[in-house]
Design a protein around this ligand. Structure first.
Ligand SMILES: Nc1ncnc2c1ncn2[C@@H]1O[C@H](COP(=O)(O)OP(=O)(O)OP(=O)(O)O)[C@@H](O)[C@H]1O
Ligand SMILES: [Mg+2]
Length: 119
C-alpha cells in the first residue's frame, strides 16, 4: 500500500517567554492508504499537535512531515494551504461551520476553492 503521510523524527517545541514547551517529542510514523488510525493518550500528550502536523496546519520544529511525498517544511504558507485544500479533511467535534453560510454552502465553499464546477 502507498504511503500517504509520514513523520520522520518530527517534533514540536513552543516558546513561551524563556520556557520551552515540548508539545510533541520526536516522532516516527507511517500512514498508508486505507489505514484507520486511532491516536490515544492523556490530555497534554500531544494528540492535537500530531494531528495539526499531519493536517498541515503547523510546521515541525525539527524533523520531517511528508504528505504525499512532499516535505511540508519546503512549502511556504500559501503552498501549504494548497496542499491542505487538496489533500486534507477535518471533521471537528464542534462543527466549526462558517456562520453566514448554510450547510450546503459550507460544503460548496472548499469545492469552489478547488475549482470544481457547479454542473
Ligand atoms: N500553541 C501552543 N503553545 C504552547 N504550548 C502548547 C501549544 N499547543 C500545545 N501546547 C502544549 O503542548 C502539550 C501538548 O498539547 P496538545 O494540545 O497537543 O495535547 P492533547 O493530547 O491534544 O491534549 P487534550 O487531550 O487535552 O486535547 C501541552 O502541554 C500543551 O499545553
Ligand atoms: Mg487535543
Amino acid at each position: 500500500m502507498r504511503v500517504v503521510a509520514e513523520l520522520a523524527g518530527a517534533n514540536k517545541i513552543y516558546k513561551s517567554g524563556d520556557t520551552l514547551i515540548t508539545a510533541l517529542d520526536k516522532t516516527d510514523l507511517t500512514i498508508k492508504t486505507g489505514e484507520l488510525l486511532l491516536i490515544i493518550g492523556p490530555s497534554g500528550s500531544g494528540k492535537t499537535t500530531l494531528l495539526s502536523l499531519l493536517g498541515c496546519v503547523i510546521y515541525p520544529t525539527s524533523g520531517q512531515v511528508i504528505i504525499n511525498g512532499v516535505d511540508t517544511k519546503t512549502l511556504n504558507s500559501r503552498k501549504m494551504a494548497k496542499l491542505r485544500l487538496e489533500n486534507i479533511g477535518f471533521v471537528f467535534q464542534s462543527f466549526n461551520l462558517i456562520a453566514p453560510l448554510n450547510a450546503l454552502e459550507n460544503v460548496i465553499y472548499p469545492l469552489q476553492l478547488l475549482g470544481v464546477s457547479n454542473s
